[in-house]
Design a protein around this ligand. Structure first.
Ligand SMILES: C[S@@+](CC[C@H](N)C(=O)[O-])C[C@H]1O[C@@H](n2cnc3c(N)ncnc32)[C@H](O)[C@@H]1O
Length: 304
């Protein structure tokens, strides 16, 4: 795809036909765009960074490149952390490119230049993310696991000063992150159905119903609001579940508060739009997402 796009950008009719042929096979389009974005586009330095990441099989599996992080060319995508391999050709970013490429060759050549520009930008963003992944690997100190480290990174990128911040961790279990938050100076407490630490600032109970001393400046949860975590809200309608959870976040925060969630194998149980309807904006930033099976998820929200 990449070569054909480059030739089409120069006005080559045969390349145009080839691009159209590839575009007619939708799975091939997705694969081809991804291939261009993360394997061929970008300058030499970008290529080197991405190649090193993609060849580091263990880590590129743990940290695949996700759509939400590649935010400049694909702004405001309503989905969280869909793997680039699944997402590019189904993202709202693609249809205008696709339609423009179907125009006569002269117009399509212009569209190809624009598409190549976007793919370069995606590659560059992916390279920035890879740099962050490398930095983050140094932070994994054997006590905090990947999701907890990601949560801290997401808080930092959201501009949160933890020292003195009134913080609630949901589901701390044995309390590693909670202890770390307190070490960083946060005024942190926690709620867990079955905590494995005992401290005056750890409340035993259900996050959805327990009396909690809010409002909090920061609310954080890793591997909690997802399948298999003990999370018990299983309503028939996922919209109702999303609304209940977001209402609960709202009742425990104030304007300006930040909510950070990190998940392992299941999506954050609401969309960016549902979050917005409940007064929370997604704070976009490039935080590498750890993954188990389905593609991992996470988000930082700021209360309006
Ligand atoms: C999979 S563990 C994650 C523990 C820790 N946050 C981590 O990342 O390693 C999920 C934790 O969330 C707690 N939990 C699940 N649903 C909860 C709820 N509704 N209210 C409070 N805690 C909950 C569980 O008791 C468990 O300790």
């Amino acid at each position: 795809m990449h070569e054909h796009l480059v030739h089409l950008a120069e006005g080559n009719t045969a390349a145009h036909k080839e691009v159209l042929r590839l575009m007619d096979q939708s799975s091939a389009t997705a694969a081809a765009l991804v291939d261009v974005a993360i394997r061929r586009a970008g300058d030499r330095q970008t290529r080197l960074a991405l190649d090193a990441h993609l060849q580091d099989f263990k880590w590129s599996n743990v940290f695949p490149l996700h759509l939400q992080e590649l935010a400049t060319p694909i702004p405001g995508d309503p989905r969280f952390h869909e793997g680039v391999t699944l997402a590019l050709a189904s993202s709202p970013w693609w249809p205008p490119h696709r339609d423009a490429l179907r125009k006569p060759t002269r117009t399509a050549a212009k569209a190809a230049r624009k598409l190549l520009g976007d793919l370069d930008a995606i590659a560059q963003e992916a390279a920035v993310m890879v740099k962050q992944i490398t930095e983050m690997r140094k932070l994994l100190d054997g006590t905090l696991h990947v999701l907890q480290t990601q949560a801290l990174l997401r808080l930092e990128l959201a501009g949160v000063t933890l020292a003195g911040a009134k913080t609630l961790e949901v589901g701390p279990q044995e309390g590693l992150l909670l202890n770390h938050l307190r070490k960083l100076g946060a005024d942190a407490c926690a709620v867990d159905l079955q905590p494995q630490i005992s401290a005056p600032y750890v409340i035993t109970g259900d996050f959805m119903h327990a009396a909690l001393p809010g409002p909090f400046d920061v609310l954080v949860a890793t591997a909690v609001f997802e399948e298999g975590s003990g999370w018990t809200l299983h309503l028939d309608d996922p919209r109702k579940e999303a609304a209940l959870l977001l209402d609960r976040f709202k009742s425990l925060t104030h304007p300006g508060s930040v909510v950070v969630l990190e998940h392992v194998g299941y999506p954050v149980p609401f969309t960016t739009q549902q979050a917005a309807e409940h007064g929370f904006d997604v704070i976009p930033h490039r935080v590498p997402s750890a993954v188990a099976h389905n593609g991992a998820r996470g988000c930082a929200l700021r209360r309006r």
